[in-house]
Ligand binder design. Structure first.
Ligand SMILES: NC(=O)c1ccc[n+]([C@@H]2O[C@H](COP(=O)([O-])OP(=O)(O)OC[C@H]3O[C@@H](n4cnc5c(N)ncnc54)[C@H](OP(=O)(O)O)[C@@H]3O)[C@@H](O)[C@H]2O)c1
Length: 255
């Protein structure tokens, strides 16, 4: 079992630790950076046999086989300054939009450097994690947290990264529907409860990968019915094109 180090213990660091340890018979040893002190202390308390908080970031590197970098991109210079990482380690960066070439330059290491996009659902071991390039230890690690989707180049990884940026817009779509219902006089709690039920059904339907997304959509669409009317009048070619342009712009920025 690999020893796992995590530098930057925030939302995603916490999700990884929970996914690796919660209810797991033989979890790996996990070493956490001291920053994000409250989360790190909470995790060390929750998993006293498996998780330790280190003295500093170099201490994390020294104790680990796989070192996961999970600081905010703007904190990377400070977090990585002066770190010495031997070629026998594997570095995994989850930093959005930071190229492997830049990390390699900053770290000046011969160690393999892999980028990954774990999702918060790693906590429930349900994150399909894109990795680039494929590395057996890293693919194995994320395989246990819901699955690995290795890609060969960073341009492809960036395309997947853009897709992760669509989530809060999706939630905003739902709250806009709830607000509209409230304006029609429906109590907020009722609208909330109803929409959650409606879209939990969508989530469950998506779990059936024997049916394409097109098929799932057409299951819900009666010719000339409400769904078809909203799709064709609101999510019309102009609206779809605006979304495509916004996604293109995110991708251009990542590249
Ligand atoms: N959240 C997601 O869904 C998600 C998904 C995929 C990838 N990512 C990527 O994952 C990274 C972390 O995101 P996050 O949402 O987990 O951020 P976050 O909750 O803000 O956590 C970042 C952590 O890094 C710590 N930190 C800051 N400077 C540090 C340093 N010099 N040394 C060690 N730790 C330091 C922070 O500690 P303090 O609190 O003390 O500042 C904080 O605990 C980002 O690069 C993001 O692009 C996030």
């Amino acid at each position: 079992m690999q020893r796992i180090g995590i530098i930057g213990v925030g939302e995603i660091g916490r999700a990884l630790v929970d996914g690796l340890c919660d209810g797991v018979g033989e979890p790996p040893e996990i070493y956490l950076s001291p920053r994000g002190a409250r989360t790190a202390a909470e995790l060390a308390q929750r998993y006293p046999n498996d998780v330790r908080v280190c003295a500093d970031n170099q201490d994390v590197v020294n104790r680990s086989d796989v070192v996961i970098l999970a600081v905010r991109p703007q904190d990377r210079a400070e977090a990585l300054a002066g770190l010495r990482i031997g070629g026998d380690r594997v570095v995994v960066s989850v930093l959005t939009g930071v190229a492997i070439s830049e990390l390699r330059r900053t770290l000046g290491t011969d160690a393999p450097v892999v980028r990954a996009i774990p999702l918060p659902s790693a906590r429930e071991r349900r994150s399909v994690t894109v990795t680039c390039p494929s590395h057996p230890a890293v693919d194995d690690l994320f395989g246990g947290l819901g699955g690995t989707l290795p890609v060969t180049d960073e341009a492809t990884l960036n395309t997947f990264q853009v897709l992760t940026g669509t989530l809060t817009t999706h939630y905003r779509y739902l709250t806009t529907l709830a607000d509209w219902a409230a304006r029609q006089g429906i109590p907020a709690e009722s609208a909330d409860r109803y929409l959650r039920g409606l879209f939990q059904g969508v989530g469950r339907a998506l779990g059936d990968d024997t049916r394409s997304m097109q098929q799932l959509a057409s299951d819900h669409e009666t010719p000339k019915g409400l769904n078809e009317r909203l799709r064709t009048t609101w999510f019309d070619p102009v609206n779809a094109e605006a979304l495509t342009k916004a996604l293109d712009a995110l991708l251009a920025d990542l590249e």
